[in-house]
Ligand binder design. Structure first.
Ligand SMILES: [Ca+2]
Ligand SMILES: [Ca+2]
Length: 147
């Protein structure tokens, strides 16, 4: 790619990133540089062989053609103030097109009673050798689930 073309492509990515910031809303979907990524509410996904509950932290992805999206997922268990939420782990994904990613994890028994689990995702988009900045994190709805 010529330098001029590369600069034009970079400007296009920057422009669509700026647009996504301007359009930011409390909704959990986020669109940047031709990709929309949504952290779906975690769902119960059965039991493992030890009888421990499983939770699927799914991510909905929709990208226009020629784009590859890198996603950073951070999983948490929510606690009321003054306690901070418990970090459960993180996973990186790379994909393209229209898909729903699955990530099935064992449900941690971190406290008496139900657990309140959710995930945050951020992403960046690569197209024609140009990569957008990371978006801000988007939070999913919280699943309340007993162990
Ligand atoms: Ca909790
Ligand atoms: Ca518990």
């Amino acid at each position: 790619m010529s330098t001029k073309k590369r600069i034009a492509a970079l400007a296009a990515v920057a422009a669509s990133a700026a647009l996504s910031v301007a359009m930011a809303s409390p909704a959990s979907a986020n669109t940047s540089s031709g990709c929309t990524v949504t952290p779906l509410k975690p769902i119960f996904a059965g039991f493992n062989s030890s009888g421990v509950k499983l939770v699927n932290y799914r991510i909905s992805v929709s990208c226009t053609s020629g784009r590859t999206v890198s996603i950073d997922q951070q999983r948490y268990e929510e606690d009321p103030w003054p306690n901070g939420d418990d970090f459960l782990g993180s996973t990186s994904f790379s994909t393209s097109g229209v898909t729903t990613l699955s990530n099935v994890r064992t449900l941690v028994d971190g406290e008496l009673g139900d657990e309140e689990v959710y995930h945050n995702v951020r992403f960046r988009v690569s197209s024609n050798g140009v990569t957008s900045p990371w978006t801000s994190y988007q939070k999913s709805s919280v699943l309340t689930i007993g162990n």
